[in-house]
Each structure stands twice: as structure tokens, then as C-alpha cells.
Design a protein around this ligand. Sequence first.
Ligand code: FAD
Length: 383
Amino acid sequence: MNLELSEEQEAVRRLAREFTEREIVPYAAEWDRAESVDRAIVKKLGDLGFLGLTVPEEYGGSGGDHLAYVLVTEELGRGDSAVRGIVSVSLGLVAKTLAAWGTEEQKRAWLPRLCSGEALGCFGLTEPGTGSDAGSLTTRAVREGDAYVISGSKMFITNGTWADVVLLFARTGDEPGHRGISAFLVPADAPGLTRREVHGKLGLRGQATAELALDGVRVPASAMLGPEGKGFSVAMSALAKGRMSVAAGCVGIAQAALDAAVSYAAQREQFGKPIAHHQLVQELIADISVDVDAARLLTWRVADLIDRGRPFATESSTAKLFASEAAVRAASNALQVHGGYGYIDEYPAGKLLRDARVMTLYEGTSQIQKLLIGRARTGVSAF
Ligand code: FAD
């Protein structure tokens, strides 16, 4: 892998960095307090092509490789994980999955709107009773003529109240576990679908997270994404790439933690000199710096493997596991560098720590990533 970025990759990173500095950083704390990102950000992300990265241009995407996608995701994550998550879900989990599994008609119907930001997508896998054990989900889709009628509920759905389309997973067969699951593209305004915002999150407070209730939601049979009974494969293929995107967002958090710690250590004085002169403060900063580099390299490796058409799922779990734990450590270390000031929201360290904390939970907890990596190395499934 060549670690030198191409001119195109440098340009897209610069674009994302300038956008983040101008449109996100000045507002992130305010959005966090208000528990809502300004929705106008979606159109701005779409206008720059950030919601269509890696999606073919013929479907309204902006093309580009996965390293470019990772670079943009890191920059957005450096500014505000709540904004980064909008892109990771609508593009990473929904549009990219649709591009990979969709029929021509499905792609034409949804991709141009998703890529432009005119529409947003959300990913409905988790249910109140099934998180890590997603293969046991109970939402059911029953065939009635040339339609399916779907009933059940979904929990913790990012973009849930904002989305125009739900990539929804439901049981269509009687086979136990993941074999009876199919994927559907469900318009969010379908009769019988109601959405309720989940409030009081520790972090990602600006992001719209929702509970979905489906009561006899009718969709045409043509709304099924991928073959019947293959919904779990659709979900796992989405999450394998999604974990790279979460990892990139975590690199952004860790980088923001490093920037904040270095800047504070240079200006805060104790014992007659800037605290950067104290060796134990330097140790905190060095630990953050190592975490940033290691997490970034693991994440770039995944992008490189995908772009070269090589297997990447275990490497993606590895990057997500390491980067998410690293982001929590880095944010906590940055808070320590700030002393008591790190504990109030005038400084960014506290928000970084709150936002980082969910990264070890969603798209597969750290324990689940370890089981996936362990299975790949030993050939033994612990599930
Ligand atoms: P559980 O599965 O109940 O796990 C509880 C604990 O048990 C964890 O520590 C877990 O690691 C451990 N555990 C479980 N099974 C095992 C095992 N076999 N071995 C060892 N330990 C185990 N879901 C979506 O579908 N779409 C979204 O857009 C989405 N966005 C989210 C946004 C937020 C802010 C949050 C908090 C969650 C989101 N989720 C989403 C759900 C998320 O993916 C789940 O919360 C996650 O998969 C964990 O499931 P759970 O919360 O039910 O925890």
C-alpha cells in the first residue's frame, strides 16, 4: 500500500477540512446543547458530493475511491461525530448497500436523491430485544399477493426521524436465525410507520436517533433488496464496510483530542511554565498521538483492501475495535490534559469523550468485534 495520497485524495481531504472548519466546528457545541444538528447541513454535504462518495456517477454519485471516503469521514468526525454519522449511515450503510445489491429500478429510484442530500437513508436492523444477536430479530414481513405487510419495531435508528427511506430487515421465512431474514426499502412516509425520537443520549446528542414502530406497513414485493432470505448477508455486507467508516470517524475524534490537548498544553501555565513542559503531560499527549497514527493506519488498510478488491471484513473489525477504543482513550487523555476545564463544555474534550463512547457499542460492540476476529483466526465460531 502506498501511503502517499494522490493529488485527488489530497484535494478531497482539503475540501472536507475546510468545510468542517467553516460549517461544523463553530456550531458543534451549540448543536450538542440543542440536541439537534442544523438540518441545512444535509444539503451542504450533498452539494459537495460527500453523500455520494464511491457511488457510481451514473446514479448521481461522485465516484471516488474508499480512501477518499475515509479521508472525508475522518475530517467530518473531527468536527462533529453527529454530522459524520449522518453520512456514515445514509451513504455508508444505505446508499452503498443499495448500489451493491439493488435492481436497476431501485438504484434509479433512490440513489440520485440519496447522493444529492435531497433524501436521507437509515438502517433498521436493531430491535428492542435484539442488538448483538441481530439474527434473532422478530419484525415480520408477510407476503400478500404482490406486496409484503410488515409489523414490528426497531430501536436506536440513526437518522430515524429525518430519513426518507429505511433499509429495513424483517423475517420473511420460518427458518430460525439469520436464514429467514430479508431486506426491504421502506419509504419512511409509508402508512403504519411511526417514528419517535430517542432523547437523553450521553453523546451524539445532535444526531436524530429514533425508535420505529411498524404496524401493517404495506410495500410492493419489488421493495425487497437482494434475494429473499438473504437479508442477513445484505446487513453484514453493509456493516463490514460501515465499520471502516466508524473507525475513520474515531480517527477524527482522536485527532481532535490531540489538537485540543496540544493547544491547551501550550497556553496553560502551572508551576511557572506551560504544562507542555511537564513530562507527564507530554506522556498523555504522546499516548494520544500513537493512538491517532495506529488507528489511522488500520483504517486506511481497510480502504486499500476494498479498492483492490481484496477480502477486508476481519481488517474492518480490527480497525473498528482498535479505533473506537483508541478514541475513548484519546478523548479521556485530552480531558486529563485540560484538568478541571476539561470537565465543562466550554472546551471540546468532554464532548469528544461522550461522542466517542458509543463507538465501542454500535455497529457491533467491542466484544462482538473480538468474537469476529477470533473466529477468523481460529476457524471456531463462538456465536
Ligand atoms: P446487547 O446486544 O444487549 O449487549 C449488551 C452487552 O452484552 C454488551 O456489552 C455486549 O458486548 C455484550 N454481549 C452480547 N452478546 C455477547 C456475546 N455473544 N459475547 C460477549 N458479549 C456479548 N442499530 C441499527 O440497526 N441502526 C442504527 O442506525 C443504529 N444506530 C445506533 C445509534 C446509537 C446512538 C446507539 C446507542 C445504537 C445504535 N444502533 C443502531 C444499535 C447498536 O448497533 C446496538 O446498540 C448494538 O449492536 C448493541 O446491541 P444492544 O444495545 O442490544 O446490546
